[in-house]
Design a protein around this ligand. Structure first.
Ligand SMILES: NC(=O)c1ccc[n+]([C@@H]2O[C@H](COP(=O)([O-])OP(=O)(O)OC[C@H]3O[C@@H](n4cnc5c(N)ncnc54)[C@H](OP(=O)(O)O)[C@@H]3O)[C@@H](O)[C@H]2O)c1
Length: 317
């Protein structure tokens, strides 16, 4: 299949384009700074202006990963509309877009833009698939890197994430490329729930940074949306967990893929989630495992919550 990947120079895009090439597809990455890689071509495309969208011609499938939280209206909303229109004009058969678990009714402007992106894809003339995923392992390290080098890190109080191995998201996307248009598929969540504070502590420790963590009370709708579990989803047991992961990940190196092979263990075999809970969670699904004897399970007791697997197996390793 001939597949063009918008945002192909990003963390997920690099993984996916390589994986598609390995699976025998003809992959092209598109962005403002995309560079060719082995077996992967590159084209320039700026979704904020529409420059380069004519490159969609000749592709069977477009995987839409391009996103910019700092320019979400221009890129994620207006850029997606440009992409959908150009894909329809070019006769693309399948538009596969990636979104984020819990974007419905979220007050965070970037999430509102992602929800709007989904609506534009759904309303367009190109048969589509939408996959929502939880936060990648690199998100918190990236956040820490962006903070000014002051002696403290503000961390919203009471927030937990369900970090997922980006290699697992790439694997799922490759399957969805091959499956063809599938509509809104089941959300993809990482195997465990980790308090944001613990993730920040792990990253600071791995980077050997001494910073005071300052719990930030977030009142109002944004605080509620971050705390109420809508960003959590059905867990998959594939790939690395946060507690296995080197929190010393260097996202800048990850972005250009140099660490990609050593950073990821082979996927564990388990089923994909089969139903989407769209950000809502059942208390049952999030109950901690009852057997907490192994070292990683003790770590789980200290910081992370184990989740029952979608295939019913315990998730502590
Ligand atoms: N990171 C997460 O935790 C997470 C979780 C769930 C879902 N997602 C979604 O997964 C997708 C990929 O995420 P990621 O973390 O891999 O992204 P990323 O590393 O931040 O990369 C973003 C990509 O978007 C491209 N881009 C930005 N502005 C653009 C523009 N004006 N025109 C064209 N391309 C543009 C960037 O390339 P240039 O700068 O070269 O243009 C880059 O390739 C996104 O849709 C994101 O919302 C991410």
């Amino acid at each position: 299949m001939r597949v063009l990947i918008t945002g192909g120079s990003g963390e997920l895009g690099i993984r996916l384009s390589r994986l598609l090439a390995e699976r025998g597809h003809v992959a092209t990455v598109a962005s403002r700074s995309a560079r060719p890689m082995r077996d992967v071509a590159a084209v320039e495309m700026d979704l904020a202006t529409g420059a380069g969208v004519e490159s969609l011609a000749g592709h069977d499938t477009v995987v839409h990963l391009a996103s910019n939280p700092f320019e979400a209206q221009r890129v994620d909303v207006e850029g997606t509309q440009r992409l959908v229109d150009a894909a329809a004009a070019a006769g693309v058969d399948h538009l596969l877009a990636v979104s984020i678990v819990g974007v419905d009714d979220h007050p965070y402007p970037y999430y509102r833009a992602k929800a709007e992106m989904e609506r534009i894809v759904q309303k367009g003339d190109v048969p589509w698939t939408i996959l929502r995923a939880t936060q990648f392992h690199s998100l918190v390290p990236r956040f820490v890197d962006m903070l000014p080098a002051v002696g403290f890190v503000p961390v919203p109080r009471g927030v937990s994430l369900q970090p997922i191995d980006v290699a697992v998201v790439a694997e799922r996307l490759a399957e969805l490329v091959e499956a063809g248009p599938s509509g809104r598929v089941a959300d993809l969540g990482g195997p465990e729930i980790v308090p944001l504070r613990k993730m920040v502590e792990d990253v600071l420790g791995a980077k050997r940074l001494r910073r005071l963590i300052v719990p930030l009370p977030l009142p109002g709708g944004l605080g509620t949306a971050l705390r109420d579990g809508r960003m959590l989803s059905t867990p998959t047991q594939r790939g690395q967990r946060w507690s296995d992961h080197e929190a010393g990940i260097n996202p800048a190196r990850d972005r250009v893929g140099r660490l990609s092979a050593p950073a990821t263990k082979p996927s564990r075999s388990a089923a994909w989630p089969t139903s989407s809970r769209s950000g809502s969670r059942s208390s049952n699904a999030l109950a901690p495992s009852r057997t907490m004897r192994s070292p990683s399970a003790r770590k789980t007791e200290m910081g992370t919550r184990a989740l029952p697997a979608v295939d019913g197996q315990a998730t502590t390793s």
